[in-house]
Design a protein around this ligand. Structure first.
Ligand code: FES
Length: 340
């Protein structure tokens, strides 16, 4: 089922996935769907949606910056999501707890798993249809996703999409003396029955204003940046186009794709020497001219701004992140701009 893992510490779990197509699966007679009944009284207007936990995916957003675009642009169709979900066992480490976690197979290296939070009114139920797409194990491990969001249910319009997998739910209850107790259940990588058991184990709703906080995982594609690289007119190099992903460091991305950064006119700014400073921001061998797409790059830091103060269209590739703000688009860069 899984692609080969680059880390020996990650084990893929063997799950029974009856077929790759939800439609076929449902007509195969093994459907496990559960309707959390919709409320006819309280609709989506009273709900709030929070994307706070988008930052839970820390390493991804730390590089690309907080999204400045509508992230639903990068959602996948349900059928593709079903194909991509898999489960891995992660042993505990000093940085994180161990457990079984959702992951995208991502054989083409273009996806990421996002984490999102939603607050949904509880009265009358959530109005979700859940479906198990992998499971059949006695230990309850599996993968259960949202198959449908009922149009007249409490979840309509909050931002959930089919293919999302609920990984935890929490509710807060008051004992009447001002004490608030929060109960959380984890449902990550659970089969259908275990998921329903966890959801129904939550304390009952006591007020029409009660909400349940849902954390879901969603497979998304990474924003793409198409970069046309132009070499100096008197060089022998032909223009090339490379594809980068949001959050990549521009210098590293170019070097790993075989682009030559070798401006013989560059000089170190610190010692007056020459040569590659290795991303220190002092040699300028990595400087590129930005003919198009400046808005796709991360803001300049103070050091870069000072060094390139007289060249407003130049950037130090080693200090630059592409697709900043999770934007995608097209760019044209001039390599070794001193030679133009
Ligand atoms: S590699 Fe030296 S300034 Fe970028």
């Amino acid at each position: 089922m899984p692609p080969s893992s680059s880390s020996s510490s990650i084990l893929y779990i063997l799950l029974c996935i009856p077929c790759r197509n939800l439609h076929q699966y449902r007509h195969g007679g093994a459907v496990h769907s559960f309707v959390l009944p919709p409320s006819t009284m309280k609709r989506a207007a009273s709900m709030t949606t929070s994307y706070l936990s988008a930052q839970v995916q820390g390493s991804f957003y730390a590089a690309a910056g907080a999204p400045s675009v509508d992230m639903t642009t990068y959602d996948l169709p349900l059928e593709r999501t079903i194909d991509e979900w898999t489960a891995v066992v992660q042993p505990p480490s000093s940085l994180r707890e161990g457990g079984v976690f959702l992951r995208a197979k991502d054989s083409r290296g273009e996806l990421f798993v996002d984490t999102l939070q939603f607050s949904i009114r509880r009265g009358g139920g959530l109005g979700l249809i859940l479906t198990e797409i992998a499971g059949g194990r006695e230990d309850g491990i599996g993968i259960t996703i949202i198959e449908e969001i009922l149009a007249d249910g409490n979840s309509a319009g909050v931002g959930l999409v089919p293919g999302d997998s609920i990984v935890s739910l929490s509710v807060s209850t008051s004992n009447g003396n001002g004490d608030v107790q929060t109960t959380m259940v984890s449902t990550e990588c659970m089969g259908y029955d275990a998921t329903i058991d966890a959801i129904t184990s939550l304390p009952p709703s006591t007020s029409s204003d009660d909400v349940v906080n849902l954390t879901v995982k969603r497979v998304r594609r990474q924003p793409r940046i198409n970069v046309r690289l132009q070499y100096p007119p008197n060089s022998d190099e032909d223009d090339v186009t490379i594809e980068l992903f949001a959050g990549e460091n521009l210098r590293r991305a170019m070097l790993t794709r075989g682009i030559k950064l070798n401006d013989r006119l560059a000089k170190r700014f610190d010692s007056g020497g020459s040569g590659d400073c290795g991303s220190d921001g002092t040699c300028a061998t990595c400087v590129v001219g930005v003919a198009r797409g400046m808005e796709l790059l991360s803001p300049m830091g103070q050091q870069e701004e000072q060094i390139l103060s007289k060249k407003p269209r130049w950037r130090m590739a080693c200090k630059t992140v592409v697709g900043y703000g999770m934007v995608e688009g097209n760019m044209t860069l001039q390599v070794n701009p001193r030679q133009w």
